[in-house]
Write a protein that binds this ligand. Structure first.
Ligand SMILES: Cc1cc2nc3c(=O)[nH]c(=O)nc-3n(C[C@H](O)[C@H](O)[C@H](O)COP(=O)(O)OP(=O)(O)OC[C@H]3O[C@@H](n4cnc5c(N)ncnc54)[C@H](O)[C@@H]3O)c2cc1C
Ligand code: SF4
Length: 483
């Protein structure tokens, strides 16, 4: 008998239809939620989606402490097939368990990535997204007409960076109140994972394919139009801004990346603005594919990289948001509440501040793995180690994504209700982000000052008189010491 064992992120009928198999089981281990102290909402998402998929397709589900327990419930004579997890550790765990038990196992490539020869495509570091994205647009014939990009340009990135409006006139994303299955899962998670961060009780994300499709349709109908304009903007009390909230549904397999890309491309033909459609497609056909490639290419030790030599421990407010910088307080309160932040909050608030303070990259990586409903090590690690922290020394980015308060003030309304003044560098109520920014530049001068993309930042630093520079460094050091 050929026996397909589906993992909790392969929850799509296509995985079953794609191969010949006699029987199917869904396998979820409690141990997979214990490799990190995962946010309760992430665990609910995985379990509720798996139990719903099992019920909808009438497939048995095994939720057991470990893989050894799963295998003790599966017939020993079967030939097993598992779709390959991207994560090194999960792949190893599954493989080791089957081998230790003397089972016959074949691993098949995952179906939820568009570029199946990603390692060949990526080439050698430094990895550049732009040429790959252009090539993939042609390869998959997305937003291409007569061999040319629709509208004449491949990227409308520059149009995606508008400041936040005074009030955001965009509908909130659809939410899905918990049904009986999800309610049972919530109770179980609150019991079994009570020491994990976050709350599970108000879980409202889509855990079935039908609901995920509704979320996608609603996004396309009511929110995509503004995605192009306000993709990088941040506002208090609008945690989801104009973003799709689809990452977890895609990463769990409820939706396939390729179908999301096609549906959004179709929206362009139905009148959606090109800069919104292209901007969104670039995130999936561009970033998501590229990120997986970097993870695979950089190997198991990628998360250990620490090119800037940062060794400070993660401040406690990463877990309770007890910090008086409004940008951090707002963003991390949303992380704890929702298990979600949009991209710019992850990159330019949390990643930025962790880097300016000099937190050890592995600790930051672990936190990002723990706290988000959509987290998987393959997507966290390149985004944190490569993109947010520059801990790989430039494998992914040409310069660190750091900023002073000026960027945060331009792209959010957080500074308006903050006790600090974003325009002040020193003195009473001066924004600590400014001091931390100059301190970062000062302590990494040797490594970064010759980087052509940082000339402007160093020119500004060099313009400061010595007293101001000393004051800034003192203020930053005091701030860091208090964390
Ligand atoms: C430090 C850091 C950590 C991150 N951790 C995760 C993570 O654990 N899981 C995760 O799925 N994404 C992660 N991302 C990428 C991105 O922030 C999230 O995919 C996005 O915020 C999810 O929200 P959304 O679905 O509303 O996205 P939208 O803004 O609506 O974007 C649409 C889709 O594009 C894809 N996407 C966008 N940016 C990226 C990216 N940089 N890498 C990979 N896919 C991308 C996602 O599938 C997303 O659903 C991280 C980014 C940073 C900077
Ligand atoms: S003033 Fe400074 S600390 Fe306050 S929200 Fe703005 S950037 Fe953050």
């Amino acid at each position: 008998m050929t026996h397909l064992v589906l993992l909790s992120h392969h929850l799509n009928a296509t995985y079953i239809q794609n191969i010949h198999c006699d029987t199917v089981t869904i396998a979820v281990t409690k141990a997979q939620f214990e490799t990190h102290r995962y946010h309760k909402k992430r665990i609910v998402y995985h379990l509720a989606a798996a139990f719903h998929f099992a019920a909808e397709h009438d497939i048995p589900i095994l939720y057991e402490p470990t893989w050894a327990d799963i295998l003790s419930n599966l017939p020993s004579e079967d030939e097993f097939i598992v779709y390959e997890p991207v994560e090194w550790s999960m792949k190893q765990d599954v493989w080791d368990a089957f081998m230790a038990d003397g089972r016959h196992l074949t691993m098949r490539p995952d179906l939820n990535f568009m570029v199946d020869d990603i390692l060949m495509e990526l080439g050698d570091p430094p990895f550049k997204l732009d040429p790959l994205y252009r090539r993939w647009r042609h390869r998959f014939n997305i937003l291409i007409e007569n061999g040319k990009p629709v509208g004449g340009k491949y990227s409308y990135d520059a149009a995606n960076r508008k400041r936040p409006p005074k009030t955001l006139d965009v509908r909130e994303p659809l939410m899905f109140p918990a049904d009986a299955i999800t309610t049972d899962v919530i109770r179980m998670v609150e019991d079994d994972f009570r020491n994990h961060p976050g709350e599970a009780g108000d879980f409202q994300y889509p855990v079935t394919r039908d609901d995920a499709l509704l979320l996608l349709d609603h996004f396309i109908a009511y929110r995509l139009e503004r995605f192009g304009t306000y993709q990088d903007a941040m506002m208090e009390n609008r945690p989801f801004m104009v973003h799709s909230l689809l990452s977890a549904a895609i990463n769990l397999g409820l939706l396939f990346a390729a179908e999301v890309v096609r549906d959004v491309e179709a929206a362009y033909r139905n009148g959606a603005p090109l800069e919104a459609v292209e901007g969104f497609i670039r995130q999936i056909l561009g970033w998501r594919e590229y990120i997986r490639g970097v993870y695979l290419r950089m190997g198991k030790d990628y998360k250990q990289k620490n090119a800037l030599g940062h060794h400070r421990p993660l401040p406690g407010w990463f877990y309770d948001a007890d910090v008086d910088l409004n940008c951090l307080n707002t963003t991390i309160s949303e992380t704890i509440g929702n298990g979600y932040n949009h991209h710019i909050q992850r990159l330019m608030i949390i990643g930025n501040l962790a880097n300016l303070i000099g937190v050890r990259p592995l600790e930051v990586n672990n936190w990002f793995n723990e706290m988000y409903i959509d987290s998987f090590d393959w997507v966290v690690t390149p985004n944190v180690i490569g993109m947010a922290l520059y801990a790989d020394g430039g494998v992914m980015s040409t310069k660190p994504y750091i900023s002073s308060a000026a960027y945060i003030n331009r792209m959010s309304n957080y500074c308006k209700s903050c006790k600090y003044d974003p325009t002040k560098r020193t003195g009473a109520n001066a924004c600590p982000v400014n001091a931390l920014f100059y301190h970062f530049l000062d302590r990494h001068r040797e490594r970064l000052a010759s980087n052509p993309r940082m000339t402007y930042m160093y020119a500004n630093l060099n313009k400061l008189d010595e007293n101001t520079r000393d004051e800034l460094v003192d203020y930053a050091r005091q701030f860091i010491r208090k964390q």
